[in-house]
Ligand binder design. Structure first.
Ligand code: ADP
Length: 402
């Protein structure tokens, strides 16, 4: 079975064609500048096939982008499948499923209506995801099953005490203001892998999953279910990120807005795009740049890395307390998979709760590995995330009626 995985943004579209049973990736790529001029990138994963990098392909809408993807995949010379018939289903990454979706679903007219209803919760992302689905239907027809896989769905198992804010209850009842959490596909994938690495069933383990990338979130996963997570109503909450502030005292907003005459959009622009480790250091949102600057003695770069690790560490402690223990801490995504210094800083001082890192593992990057010492009662695991594979696995299961 081959699954086409689509992650549609407002002017871009990432795609992968993969086999969820074997995990084999056949091709991947990117359509950019949709609605402007159109740039097409195609990376077939087979010997002797030509890679296309940002070549000009007219893409007035997402439909031409999908058509370009399909043309490349079935191209007689450079393609990776013989015909469209070898693409069994399409899995779409959808950012927000609200409270309507606690799992992946086959896309039907009713589901499309429910997705539209979720737009107010993710006004920047969901419209692009819907456009991507409509473009696939237009180009591939209704016969090819399409599945929506939500960033929020995995966290729908949180109990009310974790997802409710201490705000007037009407804001939840009337306006659906609550913690949703994001990165759910990644947290689900790595927590499933972690259980396998521990030789246990997901139901048997308590895990803390640290997805540390450009955007970062921590999740408490008890018995295979998310019971709390650091992102909230939006992805702005939780730990500091590349350019997002993470948690701040809401009183700061009023103070700064009054002082500098900012409106709420300008204030949120600061919190989303000019804060985080970039805002704090004045150096970069990229942890590699921060590491280099820190090595050269840049004190604000050192502070930004310390602050990031400290806030993640606090979530680890909080979630261990919330679950009454933890069997393993997982590191994933760009920073978690590569930055041994940050991983060490997060775990340092957690010996009291049974976390003992193996210092020899600090240089390990991008491969599944046990990072804790053999006598550590809490295991520390590096697990590269693979959201596309998770989407493909869910899509295959739903499309084949499992
Ligand atoms: P996204 O949230 O955009 O999916 P990623 O998970 O790809 O982000 O993470 C991107 C971040 O990972 C980069 O901004 C960078 O800070 C960090 N990163 C990537 N490679 C390394 C590395 N070798 N060492 C340290 N940090 C890295």
């Amino acid at each position: 079975m081959n699954i086409l995985v689509i992650n549609a943004g407002s002017s871009s579209l990432k795609y992968q064609l993969l086999n969820p049973d074997s995990g084999v990736l056949l091709a991947k790529g990117l359509c950019e500048r949709i609605g402007i001029d159109g740039k097409f990138t195609y990376k077939p994963q087979a010997e002797g096939k030509e890679v296309l990098k940002a070549v000009d392909v007219a893409m007035p809408t997402h439909s031409e982008a999908i058509q370009a993807v399909l043309n490349a995949l079935v191209d007689p010379k450079n393609g990776v499948v013989g015909s469209m018939k070898e693409i069994d289903a399409v899995g779409h990454r959808v950012v927000h499923g609200g409270e309507a979706f606690a799992g992946s679903v086959l896309i039907t007219d009713e589901v499309m209506k429910a997705l539209e209803d979720c737009i107010p919760l993710a006004p920047l992302h969901n419209p692009a995801n819907i456009t991507g689905i409509n473009a696939c239907t237009a180009v591939m027809g209704k016969e090819v099953p399409q599945v929506a896989v939500f960033d929020t769905a995995f966290h729908q198992t949180m109990p009310p005490k974790a997802y409710m804010y201490a705000l007037p209850h009407a804001y939840y009842e009337k306006d659906k203001v609550r913690r949703y959490g994001f990165h759910g596909t990644s947290h689900k994938y790595v927590s499933t892998r972690a259980a396998a690495m521990l030789g246990k069933k997901p139901e048997e383990v308590k895990l803390i999953s640290c997805h540390l990338g450009n955007g970062s979130s921590v999740a408490a996963v008890d018995g295979g279910k998310s019971v709390d997570t650091s992102m909230g109503f939006t992805p702005l909450a939780g730990v500091p990120m590349g350019t997002r502030s993470g948690d701040v005292d809401a009183g700061i907003l009023q103070y700064l807005m009054n002082k500098y005459g900012m409106d709420i959009d300008q204030m949120l622009d600061v919190l989303n795009k000019k804060s985080g480790v970039e805002g704090l250091s004045g150096v970069s949102s990229d942890f590699r740049d921060l590491e280099n600057a820190a090595e050269e003695g840049n004190e604000l770069a050192i502070l930004a890395r310390d602050k990031f690790a400290y806030e993640v560490k606090k979530y680890v402690g909080a979630y261990a307390a919330a679950m009454g223990g933890v069997d393993a801490i997982i590191f994933t995504a760009g920073v978690g998979e590569n930055d041994g210094g940050i991983r060490t800083a997060i775990c340092q001082g957690l010996e009291f709760m049974g976390v003992k890192m193996d210092p020899a593992t600090a240089g390990i990057r991008g491969e599944e590995a046990v990072l804790s010492a053999p006598d550590s009662s809490v295991k520390v695991l590096l697990i590269p995330t693979n959201e596309e594979l998770m989407i493909a696995m869910d899509t295959a299961a739903i499309a084949s009626g499992k």
